[in-house]
Structure formats: C-alpha cells, structure tokens
Design a protein around this ligand. Structure first.
Ligand code: ADP
Ligand code: ADP
Length: 231
C-alpha cells in the first residue's frame, strides 16, 4: 500500500463573492521512502498542498489517505494527533525558539506525546545531524546551516512518516544549501520520506521525483533528469 494516496483533492477559499480555487483535481500516490520536490510559480498551490499533506488543514473535497488513515474525515483533534505523530516540518526561516537551546528546540515535538527521557532522544536526533556538540547553544550562536540542522533534528525526533520541507535552503548560501541537501539525501537513504518545495532545479536535483504545480493543478509528475534537459 502507498504511504500517500491523494484523489481529486481540491481546496477552495471563499472570499465573499469571489471563490479561489487554490487546488483542483490533484491526484497522486507516493510510496514510503520516496524523495519528492514540489515546484511551480508563486500562487500555484504549493503551500496549500503542503498544508494538506501536513494535516494542518482539510481539503474542500477529494480524499487524502496517509498511512491507511482517511485524513479528510478526521476531526480537528484527530488531525492534530496524526500531524504530531507522523509529520516533521522544516521551514525556510528555521522557526526555532530563540531563547531555547538547540536541545530544547529538538525536544519540543516530544512534549506532545509525553515521551519519557525526551532529552536523551533529542540528543540522539542532534547527533544524527552532526550537532550533538552544539546542544547547549542558542539559535543566535549557530550558523544558518547549523540552525537548519537543528530544525531537521526537531523534525526527525518523533520518527516521522514524512518530512515536509518548505524551501529549506531558501535562506542559506549555496554551499550550505548543498550540505543540507546532502543531509536530506542521507536521511532518505535510511528510509525517511521527504517532500520539499523548491524554486531551484539544482535543489530539486537531489530528489527523485518532481511534482509540478500550476494554477492549483498538478500539471506534471516527472523527475529531475527530465527537468535538467529542459533549458
Ligand atoms: P504557492 O505556495 O504556490 O505560492 P499557495 O498555495 O500559497 O501557492 O496559493 C494558491 C492560491 O490560493 C493563491 O491564489 C493564493 O492567493 C490562494 N490562497 C492561499 N491561501 C489562502 C487563504 N488563506 N485565503 C485565501 N486565498 C488563499
Ligand atoms: P557558516 O559559514 O558555516 O554558515 P559561520 O561562519 O556563520 O558558519 O559560523 C562558523 C562557526 O561559528 C559555527 O560553528 C557557529 O556555530 C559559530 N558561530 C557563528 N555565530 C556565532 C555566534 N554569534 N556566537 C557563537 N558562535 C557562533
């Protein structure tokens, strides 16, 4: 069975008289341990799709089956539960708590599940991204690449089914961005399913599948090798 099964997914926003079709008729499936990029111009529905995939929001119509759960039927509480247990999030601007240490930032997702020894598990996650020696540092004492590694450790700490990364290299120089993509590649090789949004073909080149969005529709399901041959 596929990890993700999306059928005829649609999301509309009602703005008084106007109705915005942020997503329409999007269908695809994804196996566990795939590595996928979502590309497309601004306003094409990438964030909306990521929000639905991340169980942050529910579709207006269509179905989303994640790890054998019919997400579209969930109550708000159950949606939060699926999100907190199965999804790791990584953002362009890191979204770390400035007053908390790297270790405390990584522990945060474990508080929800009342996991015993969160500090020990968080330190293991920091070690996995090569930052165990920075565990007591605050975000402003870390470089951009280190901040993103902390954020990736925070995403990993719940042992998620999927990591969703929204332009994870967008605030990094290209060398540091490359290091972050190599880290994602290594995690993916260990079986972590990764979905990232990017505008850059070079970044998408680390993934193995590319979903191209336009005007709320999935217009192409391709791979980086095909993209790199175009212009
Ligand atoms: P992208 O991430 O590709 O830039 P989005 O998913 O953010 O695209 O947006 C898709 C469309 O949905 C756009 O027309 C956007 O203006 C609209 N949209 C997104 N979120 C909302 C919202 N909360 N309310 C109204 N319209 C929205
Ligand atoms: P990079 O070029 O790899 O992004 P930086 O040049 O920003 O990294 O930082 C190099 C090293 O200095 C990093 O290991 C980082 O932890 C440390 N560092 C950066 N900024 C600070 C700071 N304000 N206080 C303490 N250490 C810092």
């Amino acid at each position: 069975v596929a990890l993700i099964e999306i059928k005829k997914l649609a999301k509309t926003y009602d703005l008084g008289a106007e109705k915005i079709y942020a997503l329409r008729d999007v269908s695809f499936s994804m196996e566990a341990s795939e590595f996928t990029s979502i590309m497309g111009p601004s306003g094409s529905g990438k964030s909306t799709l990521m929000n639905l995939l991340g169980c942050l929001d529910l579709p207006s119509s269509g179905s989303y089956r994640l790890d054998n759960i019919d997400v579209q039927n969930l109550s708000a509480n159950d949606l939060a539960d699926v999100r907190n247990k199965k999804i790791g999030f990584v953002f362009q601007s890191f979204n770390l708590l400035p007053r908390a240490s790297a270790l405390e930032n990584v522990e945060l997702p474990l508080l929800y599940g009342r996991v015993p020894q969160p500090d020990k598990i968080a330190l293991e996650a920091l070690d996995k991204v090569g930052l165990a020696h920075r565990s007591r540092h605050k975000p402003n004492e870390l470089s951009g690449g280190e901040k993103q590694r902390v954020a990736i450790a925070r995403a990993l700490v719940i042992n998620p089914k999927i990591i969703l990364a929204d332009e994870p290299t967008g605030n990094l120089d290209s060398k540091t961005g490359t290091e972050i993509m190599k880290l994602f590649t290594a995690l993916n090789a260990e079986g972590v399913t990764i979905i990232l949004v990017t505008h850059e073909k070079d970044i998408a080149g680390y993934s193995r599948r590319v979903l191209q969005m336009q005007d709320g529709k999935l217009i192409r399901d391709t791979n980086p090798a095909v993209l790199s041959r175009e212009r």
